[in-house]
Design a protein around this ligand. Structure first.
Ligand code: FPP
Length: 248
């Protein structure tokens, strides 16, 4: 498949979210240390960003480091932090060539200083890019994000800028890390695991879920085209009947 096979661009998802899983298992299967799996995973990240840019999909969110990942061996955590910064720096050409804007969200203040600086530099350098927004969820936990949302709204009520009865789904969405972005319409998880694992719990309410046994370092453009094709075959009903949807 190629980008040209997607003729009806209107129907494409505007936001794809991916849980990149299976790096450790890939490394073990190749007789290597876990970090080699993460390093191989960078190629998959580049290919997915390129496909989204080619198809004019405006948002791609990657679960790059969960709040729970801090409990991994220190050596792996340090190597991952270094890899993140090295990647966003080394991929600047990819971002420029494809007009990609880099963004990051999560408990970013928990990241080591060199990592925050590297990310912030890359974000500044790509801020004027108008194509794909590539979101990296880092030190991210959806439950912690919801705590942040509740605190933000509580503070606004306390200071009198918001009334309790004005709190609605729109206000909540506007306080999430993805404020102003459409919710992901397609969520992909690699490596055969079929869980959401504390990823975008609010935003994934209506997402189509796509699970593939392919390990993240093996995931390539073709796999993403397949996932998008599969998404295009789904009937998205949002609680309505199939007949109601067909009339629209
Ligand atoms: C999950 O696989 C993957 C991660 C925790 C890290 C993902 C990070 C990368 C691919 C580096 C990407 C860089 C950028 C810039 C986004 P796992 O280690 O949980 O695999 P396992 O379940 O097989 O052990």
């Amino acid at each position: 498949m190629t980008a040209a096979d997607f003729t009806d661009r209107q129907k494409l998802p505007r936001h794809i979210a991916i849980i990149m899983d299976g790096n450790g298992r890939w490394a073990r299967a190749h007789g290597m240390k876990r970090i080699f799996g993460h390093r191989e995973g960078v190629r998959a990240v580049r290919e997915c960003a390129e496909v989204c840019a080619e198809l004019h999909i405006p948002y791609l969110t990657l679960y790059a480091f969960s709040a729970e990942n801090w409990s991994r061996p220190r050596e792996e955590v340090n190597a991952l932090m270094r890899l993140l910064v090295d990647t966003v720096t080394a991929e600047m050409d990819t971002f420029k060539r494809n007009n990609i804007r880099l963004n990051a969200f999560g408990a970013l203040d928990e990241l080591p200083v060199f990592c925050r600086k590297g990310l912030s530099n890359a974000m500044k350098e790509t801020i004027h890019h108008t194509g794909l927004t590539l979101n990296l969820a880092l030190s991210y936990s959806a439950r912690n994000e919801l705590v942040h949302v509740v605190r933000t709204l509580a503070e606004r009520v306390q200071t009198g800028v918001l009334k309790t009865e004005e709190i609605d789904a729109e206000q909540i969405a506007a306080s999430t890390y993805t404020a102003g972005m459409p919710d992901p319409e397609l969520m992909i998880r690699t490596s055969g695991e079929k869980r959401i694992s504390n990823f975008l719990l609010w935003q994934l309410a209506y997402a189509e879920l796509y699970f593939t046994p392919v390990l993240w370092p093996d995931f390539n453009k073709e796999h993403l085209y397949q996932a998008i094709s599969d998404y295009l075959t789904r009937e998205r009903r949002f609680g309505k009947t199939g007949e109601q949807i067909q009339k629209i």
